[in-house]
Design a protein around this ligand. Structure first.
Ligand code: HEC
Ligand code: HEC
Length: 287
């Protein structure tokens, strides 16, 4: 057991040394984010208590991006993710399904759901499970509107998420990790520290131990989720948290889980809790 652990550590160290380089002077990590000259976004704050011994300070991924990418998020006209949010607002008013209803029939508007983005994933009493925003929307669609279930991380879902995030910008992330959600949170935490793939790397190896360093051509952040959904310049579209997790696990050359799977729901809750205190920032812009 001991030998095995030592070998693993050596292997991981080797994998990381091959990948990680100290960062040259890059983005301004001390820059502050204010959107449209009025919405103040907390992109750096004290870590939540449960991270004691792991991180003292939590930082939004925005701080690790280039000046140009950072600037795109400072004005809604320059943020292509806001087009998704606008589409989400329109979807909210569109009749879908056999009941002839739109979301507006029961909710007063996207603004009335401003508490959703900072508090999800969240325990759902009726379903006795931790629910993501997309799971909740699918319930409203299928159980209350007679509409089709939408595919996880589909454009429609990400547009809804972008609209819900946009009305919550500036509000601190505050997901509950105790009570009935605790077991799921523990499962997510275990995943976060599990090494995946041929590279034998965990989320923590990159995002806890090496944030601030360069990996290949990328400036490693803490892998926070407060900015989701994220408009990725390289893909020209919005990405959801599960899509991002999938990409990160694939980069370790491991088989990965599917968006919407119970594993990714648990991981989403845990990763969100590592960002408790950072402002909701989505739809954000990343490379
Ligand atoms: C027929 C009424 C109805 C329609 C139409 C409806 N919802 Fe809901 N929705 C509800 C009810 C009732 C709840 C509360 C569920 C609960 O917490 O038990 C809810 C909850 C939610 C929540 C979670 C709120 C929270 O505070 O946790 C979100 C997000 C949501 N709906 C989004 C939508 C979207 C998006 C649409 C349109 C696609 C929609 N809903 C359409 C009735 C509806
Ligand atoms: C081999 C290193 C590596 C591993 C392992 C890894 N990631 Fe990442 N991750 C990256 C890189 C590189 C990026 C893009 C730059 C950045 O934001 O850090 C990224 C980005 C992210 C982002 C987007 C952050 C933002 O602000 O947009 C999230 C969330 C994330 N990772 C979560 C995870 C999770 C959860 C795991 C474990 C399942 C994981 N990552 C494993 C390298 C890694």
């Amino acid at each position: 057991m001991k030998l095995k652990n030592t070998l693993r550590t050596v292997r991981t160290a080797a994998a990381l040394t091959a990948l990680v380089l100290a960062a040259p002077a890059l983005a301004d990590e001390e820059a502050e984010l204010v959107i449209n000259g009025e919405i103040e976004i907390v992109t750096k704050t004290t870590a939540p208590a449960h991270l004691e011994g792991h991180l003292d300070e939590i930082l939004s991924g925005w701080r690790f991006r280039s000046d140009e990418t950072q600037a795109m998020e400072m004005d809604d006209f320059d943020n292509p993710g806001m087009l998704g949010a606008e589409a989400g607002f329109e979807q909210f008013e569109t009749v879908m399904g056999t009941e002839g209803k739109s979301c507006m029939d029961c909710h007063e508007g996207v603004d009335s759901l401003a508490s959703v983005r900072p508090t999800y994933p969240k325990w759902n009493d009726d379903k006795e499970a931790v629910y993501t925003i997309q799971m909740q929307i699918n319930d409203c669609l299928t159980e209350r509107m007679g509409a089709e279930k939408q595919k996880y991380d589909s454009v429609t879902m990400l547009n809804f998420e972008a609209a819900l995030a946009s009305v919550a910008r500036g509000t601190p992330m505050n997901v509950a990790i105790d009570g009935p959600a605790q077991a799921t949170w523990e499962q997510g935490k275990e995943m976060y520290y599990t090494r995946f793939g041929q590279l034998d790397l965990s989320c923590a190896n990159c995002h806890e131990q090496n944030y601030g360093n360069m990996i290949r051509a990328d400036h490693l952040s803490q892998g926070q989720t407060n900015g989701f959904p994220v408009y990725r310049i390289k893909d020209n579209k919005l990405t959801g948290t599960h899509g991002r997790f999938k990409g990160c696990i694939r980069d370790t050359r491991a088989e990965t889980f599917s968006p919407g799977s119970p594993e990714f729901v648990a991981l989403e809750l845990y990763v969100a809790s590592r960002g408790n205190g950072l402002s909701v920032e989505g739809p954000s812009v990343r490379n």
